[in-house]
Ligand binder design. Structure first.
Ligand code: PEP
Length: 263
């Protein structure tokens, strides 16, 4: 269902009216985690000023450590819905448990499946049945074939509104959190008709790499990027070191403005 063999034209997925697909480069931005209404609104306004047309933000956070901030849950979803109201930005947010899919879908415009759940087949089937577009991160240990098969689980439930997100894979390299596999973008686009975006924030895990990796993503033809921003990253409850701050946003907007012509 997701293969390009029977579907030669590349697909565009619409999220609350915002297109993600071959004719554009979509910027999704916002805080890694929803912490407070004010922090979320400020991050959303920063994102919008940089050209974002979709707001990201985690209410359910799948953290490596059980002692780390796990997200605000439904309260976070309510905050996201309020910020959507104020900014007009449709909301992309992660769901980590099949049991929460209906709840998250009742607030979100797009459901995100994270790298740690990329082969949680019960969750993939549940988001496939939820009637909302889905962003499927690549498992950090998944081959491109495994990633596409994970997408197939979603598609099998009748949902072809799937966006693939390359977010770095685990390699021997420790200088970055994960290694951004830029080749995955054109490879996945040749194998699948689904849009492919890149997460330069979670792959590198470092603010200073976000803009260079964004340029790389665009250069290889990504259909969009998803980027963490935070008004005060030093106080962030999640992944502050990778969040862009106000001073970075003009440069980010410039990177998107100076896009190479679409092929
Ligand atoms: C995220 O986007 O909030 C996130 C946790 O990303 P990943 O699943 O790629 O680590």
């Amino acid at each position: 269902l997701v293969s390009r063999d029977n579907h030669p034209d590349r697909s565009t997925v619409r999220v609350g009216g915002v297109p993600i697909g071959p004719d554009t480069v979509t910027l999704i931005a916002g805080p890694c985690a929803v912490e407070t209404p004010r922090q979320t609104l400020e991050a959303a306004l920063m994102a919008k000023a940089a050209g974002a047309t979709l707001l990201r933000g985690g209410a359910f956070k799948p953290r490596t450590s059980p002692y780390a901030f796990q997200g605000l849950g439904e309260e976070g979803l309510r905050i996201l819905a309020g910020v959507r109201e104020e900014t007009g930005l449709p909301v992309v947010t992660e769901v980590v448990d099949a049991q929460d899919v209906d709840l998250v879908a009742s607030y979100a415009d797009m459901l995100q499946v994270g790298t740690r759940n990329a082969q949680n087949f019960a969750l993939l089937q549940a988001v496939g049945a939820a009637g909302k577009p889905v962003m499927l991160k690549r498992g950090m240990n998944a081959t491109i074939e495994e990633w596409l098969m994970a997408a197939e689980y979603i598609a099998q439930r009748g949902n072809l509104d799937i966006v693939l997100c390359e977010r770095g894979i685990r390699t021997f390299e420790t200088a970055t959190r994960n290694t951004l596999d830029v080749s995955a973008v054109p490879v996945a686009q040749r194998l699948s008709h689904l849009p492919v975006i890149v997460d330069p924030s979670h792959s590198g895990g470092r603010r200073d790499l976000v803009l260079p990796l964004t340029r790389a993503a665009i250069a290889v033809g990504a259909d969009g990027v998803i980027i963490d921003v935070h008004p005060q990253p030093e106080l962030a409850l999640c992944d502050g070191p990778q969040a862009l701050v106000d001073g970075d946003l003009e440069e980010l907007a410039g990177v998107l403005r100076d896009l190479p012509p679409l092929l």
